[in-house]
Design a protein around this ligand. Structure first.
Ligand SMILES: NC(=O)c1ccc[n+]([C@@H]2O[C@H](COP(=O)([O-])OP(=O)(O)OC[C@H]3O[C@@H](n4cnc5c(N)ncnc54)[C@H](O)[C@@H]3O)[C@@H](O)[C@H]2O)c1
Length: 338
């Protein structure tokens, strides 16, 4: 039995808890949050993607408000770090130093330097460090990567990604609306698509971005062109300045030589392959969602089972590098090389 812990029982901490509970061979043995009222009020998962709404049952689980105490007492094999982003580095380095395998939420960190320190700590400890780039595990996005890599639909001509959200007002202490603690929408939300662009097409040669200010008075809405050697156009748009009734939408259109692949979480069917010849169809995809699949992957890897390499610490550092280059481009008005 793998004994896992969770630090930060907000939107994502609860999500990780539910995902671990649904798996065999893993037990949530301890949870830490500085706000002990979080242990009492466990129903309802706020956030921009609906989670299960049933109250959580913490019977038999060690509940802590002190992270060091949890590390010293709880005898854990692994931990989910679901804290606000500015706390990722210190907690990850400490947990790895205590011999734990770590699943840390995305973005890995707010700076490349902190990301590299986390990567170095994982290498030194010999333990696993997986960053929660759940879109790599999202069934339709994972299938799309598989279809592109198979080469059956030819080369990429154009790809457009979108991720748009109402303003997230639910965060603890308003940390998401503080650019110094969250990096604003460009770093917090849009990184999902920057990371997927990197995953599917590799690191671009350069980026060119424009941003708009919104509720955090920083990069609350961003549009980026990712520049590649090949003759193709890749863009992504992300933002959390949408009005409350808009909710949340994620989508893409990928134009290949022999097919267009489309996904839009608000449509039915959400996912379609439209070949140049023949009828459009919806491919079979894995069950679950990106959260449950990334957590199942992490647990298997902790158990020592063989798993495909889907996300590495080095790629997670590169995703931070990518979104920071995008912000830099928007500030300078120039194309930024990577
Ligand atoms: N993968 C995704 O799709 C996704 C979605 C949302 C958030 N996230 C990421 O997950 C992380 C957490 O975001 P969230 O929305 O759950 O935040 P949140 O504000 O909902 O929750 C943060 C929790 O951390 C606790 N906390 C704060 N400081 C602490 C400390 N020093 N020790 C222990 N607990 C502490 C707070 O009390 C709160 O319960 C962020 O990095 C965010 O970017 C990822």
């Amino acid at each position: 039995m793998i004994r896992t812990g969770i630090v930060g029982l907000g939107f994502m901490g609860k999500m990780h808890f539910r995902c671990y509970q649904a798996l065999e061979g893993v037990q949530v043995a301890a949870i830490c949050d500085i706000d002990e009222t979080k242990f009492e009020n466990t129903s309802g998962t706020a956030g921009n993607i609906a989670g299960a709404e049933a109250p959580l049952d913490f019977t038999g689980i060690g509940l802590y408000t002190d992270f060091d105490k949890m590390l010293a007492e709880a005898n854990l094999d692994a931990i989910s770090i679901t804290l606000p982003t500015y706390l990722h580095k210190d907690h990850t380095v400490k947990a790895l130093g205590a011999g734990l395998n770590v699943l840390c939420e995305k973005p890995m960190a707010l700076t490349v330097e902190d990301g590299r320190a986390m990567q170095a700590a994982a290498e030194k400890s010999g333990r696993l460090l997986q960053i929660g780039h759940c879109i790599r595990f999202w069934p339709e996005y994972a299938k799309t990567k598989e279809l592109i890599d198979s080469g059956q639909y030819g080369k990429i001509r154009a790809a457009m990604f979108q991720r748009l959200s109402l303003t997230p007002g639910w965060a603890w202490d308003g940390w998401l609306m503080d650019p110094a603690r969250s990096g604003s929408a460009a770093v917090d939300l849009h990184i999902h698509d920057s990371d997927y662009v990197q995953y599917v097409f590799g690191m671009p040669k350069a980026v060119f971005s424009r941003t708009a200010r919104g509720p955090s008075n920083d990069a609350d809405h961003i549009v980026t062109q990712y520049v590649y050697e090949e003759d193709c156009v890749v863009t992504a748009e992300g933002g959390w300045a949408m009005s409350p009734t808009f909710g949340f939408e994620m989508s893409f259109n990928i134009v290949l030589e022999k097919a267009t692949i489309v996904y839009d979480c608000t449509r039915s069917p959400a996912f379609k392959v439209c070949p140049v010849e023949g009828d459009a169809f919806t491919p079979e995809v894995a069950s679950g969602d990106g959260y449950s699949n990334e957590i199942a992957h992490f647990v298997k890897a902790v158990r020592g089972e063989s798993v495909p390499q889907i996300i590495t610490p080095g790629q997670s550092v590169d995703s931070v590098r990518l979104v920071l280059a995008e912000k830099h481009s928007a500030r300078s008005g120039e194309k930024v090389s990577l």
